[in-house]
Design a binder for this molecule. Structure first.
Ligand SMILES: Nc1ncnc2c1ncn2[C@@H]1O[C@H](COP(=O)(O)OP(=O)(O)OP(=O)(O)O)[C@@H](O)[C@H]1O
Length: 358
């Protein structure tokens, strides 16, 4: 049994424009201690997926169908009280904006200590000691003194460290990080990613890392799911995704991995934008932006397939599996996919493939 199992999850929002299917038939699993990345452009459904796991989807949204199991327990069937315990003690979440997660009127230390007192049976002194220890572990210098600082006295990076300390304070088994470094500059981003990686190993906590940046996933994760318009389009162990991407959308994302110091607009190499989720294009949702699309792509919607055998992926899939939702692997494209992956071994990080031209 995996730590987290999501099966055929569909989440809808009832808006004035119509029903928005933000997530559709999504399945994935996260093993204990695994670092799992979810990547895709804005609006792909990454945050909605994470909020569903925490049962935090609010009106006008609802989980229309599917199953969510955490340690085998049916999350959607839990009482409110059970869900609160799940959020406090088993799954913690770190958001992009540390400022909104910290209350400006309490000191940083008090806020973390309060979370510890609330979730674990610690008295005031123990909670304070544990907080100082945690602040130290997340790399806040002079943790004892900084305990009494207010959030505004912390830099953005320090605030995010404090939030991570708070998230870890109740010893969760899963830490969901939703764009944890988007608001930070590149150097601080790298430090926070290192921290998340170190702490995941030290605290033996699984991580679901959500980002629009494949470079971030490469640094931290073991396995990755690429999402497009509410659906998974590719799932693979991270190295395989980098060296042998199978979906044209993934190739486009990789071509736009920014290099250090490069703040250009990301994803500029994939022309077009995510489709309107109220009226998704027929067939493959990516076909209007895909350089390899053929007529069949406007007619048929590809499921996740094994690129080698063309077999349809079953439900949650195996952790080692590499699958992609492209009709090429059903043998349906006449001209095939025509891109090459360029690997430069002189670089320490895997490099982007070069998208091919027709
Ligand atoms: N409260 C809401 N009301 C209506 N639609 C919503 C709401 N929240 C999300 N959606 C819909 O769900 C889609 C997916 O949103 P989601 O926040 O999961 O995307 P994302 O991949 O996390 O993007 P980002 O990187 O911008 O956070 C949105 O484009 C929007 O259409």
């Amino acid at each position: 049994m995996a730590l987290l199992e999501i099966e055929d999850l569909t989440v809808e929002f009832y808006t004035e424009e119509g029903v928005v299917t933000a997530v559709e038939d999504l399945s994935y699993r996260i093993e204990r201690g695994e670092k799992f990345g979810v990547v895709g452009e804005s609006g792909a459904g990454k945050s909605v997926t994470a909020l569903s796991v925490m049962r935090l989807i609010e009106s006008p949204g609802r989980i229309a169908s599917g199953e969510i199991r955490f340690k085998g327990e049916d999350v959607l069937g839990m009482s409110e009280r059970e869900v609160r315990d799940l959020r406090g003690q088993e799954i913690a979440m770190v958001f992009q904006d540390a400022q909104t997660a910290l209350n400006p009127v309490y000191t940083v230390g008090e806020q973390i200590a309060e979370a510890i007192r609330h979730h674990l049976d610690y008295d005031d002194r123990e909670a304070r000691e544990r907080t100082i220890q945690l602040l130290d572990e997340v790399g806040i210098p002079e943790a004892e003194t900084r305990y009494s600082d207010y959030p505004h006295e912390f830099s953005g990076g320090m605030q995010q460290r404090a939030i991570i300390a708070m998230a870890l304070s109740c010893e969760p088994d899963l830490l969901i990080c939703d764009e944890p470094t988007t608001a930070l500059d590149v150097t601080i981003e790298a430090q926070i990613l290192d921290l998340i990686e170190e702490l995941a190993d030290e605290f033996d906590v699984a991580v679901q890392l959500i980002t629009h940046d494949l470079g971030v996933i490469a640094k931290v994760c073991d396995r990755v799911m690429v999402m497009y318009a509410g659906k998974p389009v590719e799932k693979a162990p991270v190295e395989e995704l980098y060296y042998d991407p199978k979906h044209p959308y993934t190739v486009g994302l990789m071509s736009s991995i920014p290099r250090v110091g490069d703040r250009r607009e990301r994803l500029q190499t994939i022309p077009g934008t995510m489709p309107d989720l109220v009226g998704l294009p027929p067939g493959c949702s990516f076909h209007p932006r895909c350089p390899y699309a053929e007529e069949v792509c406007t007619l048929e919607e590809p499921p996740l397939l094994d690129p080698e055998t063309g077999a349809e992926a079953s439900g949650l899939g195996e952790a080692s599996e590499h699958t992609a939702a492209c009709l090429e692997y059903a043998g349906a494209l006449e001209d095939g996919l025509d891109y090459e992956v360029e690997i430069r071994n002189s670089e320490s990080e895997p490099r982007a493939p070069q998208g091919g031209q027709r």
